[in-house]
Every structure is written in structure tokens, then in C-alpha cells.
Write a protein that binds this ligand. Structure first.
Ligand code: SF4
Length: 357
């Protein structure tokens, strides 16, 4: 239960949760009526298929709809179904994903396509999908409810926000993952089991278009009469999540050109993140000592909780170690660079460095 595990406000939160759960029928009816009238037209919703659902759910993790739209259209064009995606090389897949971020999603989607393309029959229940690469409780529930009418409720940041406001839950959660676990039971109690896929999409739609983090549009909300957070005037402060602690890091990189080529590093398959992508090598990876001169360029980026300063130094190739560079290092001519997969920031930095240095 949410209350006993997570909150000193256990008793009061329990009563509120129960009262909303008892109003599941009007909640479902109001939500689905609103969704039927107001759902955005999105390419994965027209002529839906398991493939479109899976691709869209992978792309939409941590990413906004407007960012996903052009990628989704191109992806369906390049890989119209699981077999065509399964047959592509990992380099091709990463290249198609370039700029969308969180690249493990692309690798997992590729692996999933290879598995599904070889199955005689595809499992239809969320708990079975948990065994597949890249599929957590949210994706399993989303895919199986939308594609197979499996009665599994999704819980992500949007759903937590809506539910926390509906029950005026002032519990301080340590993380969004903790909050999501706590809300799984209530989300399940509220699920419209006749139309689970549409109900889940309606919750996501409500979170994305009405129950915003800041300035929720309560006057437009189809369930505002059930919202205790709004009634108490505290909706904008909910949910209460511990603030992420950011860590600062600096990475120094070597811009090395030799005979018209650039030295690049391909992140190995064993790396926990971004494997298969290319990048400008770090000084550390080349065993080059830290520099005291000003960098050619300095740029900032954020990855999860890290706020990273990336500094790029011109290094003469004579300063490379005398022993052979490992297999991950490659001299690449500028005209071949376009065909390689990079993260969005590295693609941009390389263009900048090539044009000016
Ligand atoms: S009434 Fe407002 S705060 Fe409550 S669920 Fe609707 S949009 Fe969110």
C-alpha cells in the first residue's frame, strides 16, 4: 500500500485513496469520454499495429511527442515491420536513432525485433513481455493494453502526477521510481478493463495536455470534480518528489587530425551506455596528460544526473602513445563521418570542429 510503505501521512492518504478507488466508474467514464472527443491524431494511433505501438512506446520514453514525430515517420519508412528492423545492422539502427538520445532504447528495440520476428506467436500479457529486452513494467503495460487489450495499468511520471493530485497525496517520495511503485495499485483499481489501452492512453494524454507539471488546466480537466488536490488548492505542488542531486563533471577530449583524417573512438559493446556510437576520444582514453592551454571549444551537456563540461583540445598526432591504439580507435576521413552513428551533441561538435579547426 502507498501509505504504509512511504508516508508518515499513512492514515489520511489511505482514506483519500480509497475514496477515489470507490469512484472508479465515474472516473473511467469521464476520462474515456474526454479522450474519445479530444485525443490528438498521432501516427501510431491511426491504423494501429503491434509494431507501431512498440516503436512509439520505445521512442516516447523520456521524450516528447513533438520530438518523436519526425523520427517515427522516418523509422516506419526505413523499417516498416519487425522483420525489416531485425534484418538491419546495429550501425544502421543507431544511425536512424541518432539525435533521439538514450541509445540503449534503439539497441533494445533492435534486439526485440530479432526475437519477435522469430516467434511463432507473440505473447499478449504484460507479465510475459517483462522478459524482453528494454521492456519494463510501464512499456509492458502500455504495449499489451494497447495492442492486446490486456488489463494492465501504466504508471509513469504523468500518471503519478495525475493520481497524486486527485488524492491530494502530500507524501514526499524519494524518487519517481518509488512513487510509480506506490501508485501501481491505485492505477490498477481505476483501470477501465473494457478499454484498457484507450484508458492508459487517455491518462498519458491527460498528463501531457491538461494536467501539466506547471499550471495544470483544471478548468478543462474531465475529472476535475473528483480532484481533491484541486479542491484543497495544492494541485500545483504535487507530487512531492525529492529534488535530483546533480553532479558536475569535466571531460577533456582530443581533436587529432592526421593526413586529412580525424581520430574517433567507437564506444565498445561492453559499455553500459551509448555502445556502438562514435565520439571524439577523451584524453584519458589515449593516456594523454591534462592540458593547461585553453581548449578549442568548450560545451555543456546533461546526461541523467550529470552536468558535464566537455573541453576539446587540439592534440598533435605525435603526442599519441607509441604502442598501437586499441581496436576501438579509427582514423576517419571527413566525408565518411556522415555515415557513422554519433550522439546528437558529438555530431554537432564534430561539425563545428571540422569547419573551424
Ligand atoms: S483537476 Fe487539475 S490537478 Fe486535478 S487532475 Fe485535473 S488537471 Fe490535474
Amino acid at each position: 500500500m502507498i501509505q504504509t510503505l512511504f508516508s508518515p501521512l499513512a492514515q489520511s492518504t489511505k482514506i483519500k485513496t480509497g475514496s477515489l478507488a470507490r469512484k472508479a466508474a465515474p472516473f473511467q467514464a469521464q476520462l474515456i469520454g474526454w479522450y474519445d472527443a479530444h485525443a490528438r491524431e498521432l501516427p501510431w494511433r491511426s491504423q494501429p499495429s503491434l509494431y507501431k505501438t512498440v516503436v512509439s512506446e520505445f521512442m516516447l520514453q523520456q521524450t516528447q511527442v513533438k520530438t518523436v514525430l519526425p523520427y517515427f515517420e522516418r523509422w516506419l519508412n526505413d523499417y516498416p515491420d519487425f522483420p525489416s528492423l531485425a534484418a538491419a545492422s546495429e550501425d544502421q539502427v543507431l544511425k536512424s536513432w541518432e539525435g533521439l538520445g538514450y541509445y540503449s532504447r534503439a539497441r533494445n528495440l533492435h534486439k526485440l525485433a530479432q526475437i519477435l520476428a522469430n516467434l511463432d506467436s507473440v505473447p499478449t500479457q504484460a507479465k510475459q513481455w517483462l522478459a524482453f529486452p528494454g521492456i519494463g513494467p510501464y512499456a509492458a503495460a502500455a504495449v499489451c493494453s494497447i495492442a492486446f487489450d490486456d488489463a494492465s495499468a501504466v504508471v509513469d511520471g504523468n500518471v503519478v502526477r495525475i493520481l497524486a493530485r486527485l488524492i491530494a497525496d502530500e507524501t514526499a517520495y524519494k524518487s519517481s521510481a518509488d512513487a510509480a511503485k506506490a501508485y501501481q495499485e491505485l492505477a490498477g483499481q481505476l483501470l477501465n478493463t473494457e478499454r484498457p489501452g484507450d484508458h492508459n492512453q487517455a491518462m498519458m494524454e491527460l498528463g501531457a495536455t491538461v494536467c501539466h507539471k506547471q499550471n495544470p488546466q483544471c478548468l478543462l480537466c474531465p475529472v476535475n470534480d473528483l480532484c481533491q488536490g484541486r479542491a484543497a488548492g495544492i494541485e500545483s505542488s504535487l507530487p512531492r518528489l525529492a529534488k535530483t542531486k546533480f553532479e558536475k563533471k569535466t571531460v577533456d577530449r582530443a581533436w587529432i587530425r592526421r593526413k586529412g583524417k580525424v581520430l574517433l573512438y567507437k564506444i565498445p559493446a561492453s559499455a553500459s551506455r551509448m555502445s556502438g556510437l562514435h565520439e571524439i576520444p577523451s584524453l584519458e582514453s589515449l593516456q594523454i596528460t591534462p592540458r593547461s592551454e585553453p581548449p578549442l571549444i568548450e560545451r555543456k551537456r546533461s546526461i541523467t544526473k550529470y552536468r558535464i563540461t566537455e573541453r576539446f583540445f587540439r592534440i598533435d598526432s605525435s603526442q599519441l602513445p607509441t604502442e598501437p591504439l586499441g581496436d576501438a580507435f579509427h582514423w576517419i576521413s571527413p566525408r565518411s563521418i556522415d555515415a557513422l552513428p554519433f550522439s546528437g551533441p558529438h555530431r554537432k561538435w564534430i561539425s563545428e570542429l571540422l569547419s573551424e579547426h
